[in-house]
Design a protein around this ligand. Structure first.
Ligand code: GDP
Length: 523
């Protein structure tokens, strides 16, 4: 029994794609879904794409969330493996949601525009992934366009991100003169065909094209050979242990739009990326994915995904065991028993009722308000508590009130829901109880406002408190007289007091005035 479960777990590949907007994340995702047979034509994913729309367009799309539910988690079978791609919103703004999603994957794919190299958003997301120590695979995209020198691009990985890059294939030409890819890993050349009909030529024993091939005399091919010689001598050598530890990233070149090099990439990825492994639970225990008892943690909650149903879905990453419809679990935070009767998985363009899922998979639970982000659930008698998800200290703050005082009820309801979802952080003025919202990016506020109006019919008034530095204070040391407009005293959702300092200077001033008071950056 246990062995069978392990076999199933070993077939799982759960990952996210990180990139700067416009690098080609949507396009490559779509190609992968095509290979997985989930969609039949390109353009399907594009239709719900959020990356380079203005905020207002993005909101229009979110309104139709009945269809975009499938985009939060995309699941398909490929080469005998079960692939789970978790979507990370592509907007430029910081989003806490993205970070939490990255806690639920076992590997990441980093898509880079080969004309632009590493861009700011890639850098930010990379940092989060790096901290987790999970493998990162790099796809240098848009090879059909004139891009930067391959050697440069690989060097940049080390210079800017501090990760070793190791080329798995190498471009022969680029842009209009793109001829193909020298596939180091598979010892072949993949010819470039604009119609996406891939073509392979095996290399002979010394790693060269047979002389009968026209390309073997081509100057671009010859200079690719020189470069490969150079990276073989001076570059990094592939080291699987380093890859698995997230210290080295395999680099693949290609063009998502023309579907060139994508399948080669996907095959290698599925081969090299790790199956779900152990999780740290209960402070210092290792929980194996094939543990007999089901357990998991909630990394995302989304309400009103389908406007017709007004439902709320909690996304669970299964960490161990097997999920079956009707499973009885305990919610670790409250000790309450919950029967998981209603769960959904994310195959194809339809939501499908889950009959069975195992460690590594994501299931969506219909939630009536039981769950919170970061919750652990487990079946069986042994209590299992996963490590807390990282919380990001907000930097932007807004005072918020209901525009129409007669509509307090819907205001509070919406506020509660959206805060539980983790869409924004909620604080209250320590003295007056008025609501203050905190976020790491401006877009979070805009989405909040839009959803309050749209989903709860509650128009809100927001006044910016600007950028603030949040610091918690020990309640024992608190004297309400310490508060002023420059260091606003508020309480968080656990009623813990904190100051919102106008700036670093105001904080230093406070330090000087109350040298004995200890301020902490996180809860
Ligand atoms: P995302 O914001 O990262 O999801 O990027 P998209 O997948 O939406 O791609 C952004 C733009 O780049 C779109 O216009 C794509 O058609 C284009 N694009 C994506 N991949 C390629 C590629 O390989 N070659 C070229 N020439 N354009 C591409």
């Amino acid at each position: 029994m246990a062995e069978k479960l392990l076999d199933q777990v070993n077939k799982r590949r759960t990952f996210a794609i990180i990139s700067h907007p416009d690098a080609g994340k949507t396009t490559i995702t779509e190609q992968m879904l095509l290979f997985g047979g989930v969609i039949r034509s390109a353009g399907t994913v594009k239709a719900r794409k959020s990356g380079h729309f203005a905020t207002s367009d993005w909101m229009e799309i979110e309104k139709k969330r009945g269809i975009s539910v499938t985009s939060s988690v995309m699941q398909f079978e490929y080469e005998g493996k079960r692939i789970n791609i978790l979507d990370t919103p592509g907007h430029q703004d910081f989003s806490e949601d993205t970070y939490r999603t990255l806690m639920a994957v076992d590997a990441a794919v980093m898509v880079i525009d080969s004309a632009k190299g590493i861009e700011p958003q890639t850098k930010k997301l990379f940092k989060v992934v790096r901290k987790r120590g999970i493998p990162i695979f790099t796809f240098m995209n848009k090879l059909d366009r004139d891009g930067r020198d391959g050697l440069d691009l690989v060097a940049e990985l080390e210079d800017i991100l501090g990760i070793e890059g190791v080329a798995m294939n190498w471009p022969i030409g680029s842009g209009k003169s793109l001829k193909g890819l020298y596939d180091i890993q598979n010892n072949r050349v993949e010819l470039y065909r604009k119609d996406g009909d891939d073509h392979f030529i095996d290399l002979d024993s010394d790693g060269k094209l047979p002389e009968s091939e026209e390309l073997s005399q081509d100057s671009l091919y010859l200079s690719a050979l020189d470069e490969i010689e150079l990276i073989k001598e001076a570059g990094n050598t592939f080291d699987e242990d380093k890859v698995l530890a997230g210290e080295q990233t395999p680099v693949f070149f290609g063009s998502a739009l023309t579907n060139f090099g994508v399948e080669t990439f996907l095959k290698s990825f599925v081969d090299l990326a790790p199956a779900p492994s152990s999780h740290k639970v209960n402070d210092d225990e290792e929980l194996k994915p094939d543990d007999d008892e089901f357990s998991g943690f909630i990394f995302k909650i989304q309400a009103n995904m389908n406007p017709n149903h007004r439902d709320r879905i909690a996304f669970v990453r299964i960490g161990s065991g097997e999920f079956e419809k009707g499973l009885d679990v305990t919610l670790a935070r409250t000790g309450k028993a919950v029967r998981l009767n209603n769960a959904t998985e994310f195959m194809s363009s339809e939501r499908v009722q889950v009959s069975k899922a195992v460690a590594g998979d994501i299931v969506g639970l219909y939630d009536t308000g039981n769950f919170q982000i970061g919750d652990s659930i487990y079946a069986g008698k042994r209590k299992i508590v996963y490590e807390p998800l990282p919380e990001f200290t907000p930097e932007l703050f807004m005072r918020v009130t209901a525009k129409n005082v007669m509509k307090q009820k819907s205001f509070h309801k919406g506020m509660n829901q959206l805060v539980q979802e983790g869409a924004v952080q909620l604080y209250r003025n320590f003295n007056t109880d008025e609501y203050i919202l905190g976020a790491v990016g401006q877009l979070q506020f805009e989405v909040f406002k839009f959803r309050m109006q749209n989903e709860y019919n509650s128009e809100v008034e927001m006044t910016s408190l600007g950028k603030r530095v949040a610091r918690w204070i020990d309640p024992e040391q608190l004297d309400p007289k310490m508060s002023s407009s420059r260091n606003l005293l508020v309480k968080d959702r656990y009623d813990k007091p904190l100051f919102l300092f106008e700036n670093e200077f105001a904080m230093r001033w406070f330090h000087d005035k109350y040298p004995d008071v200890k301020l902490t950056e996180k809860l």
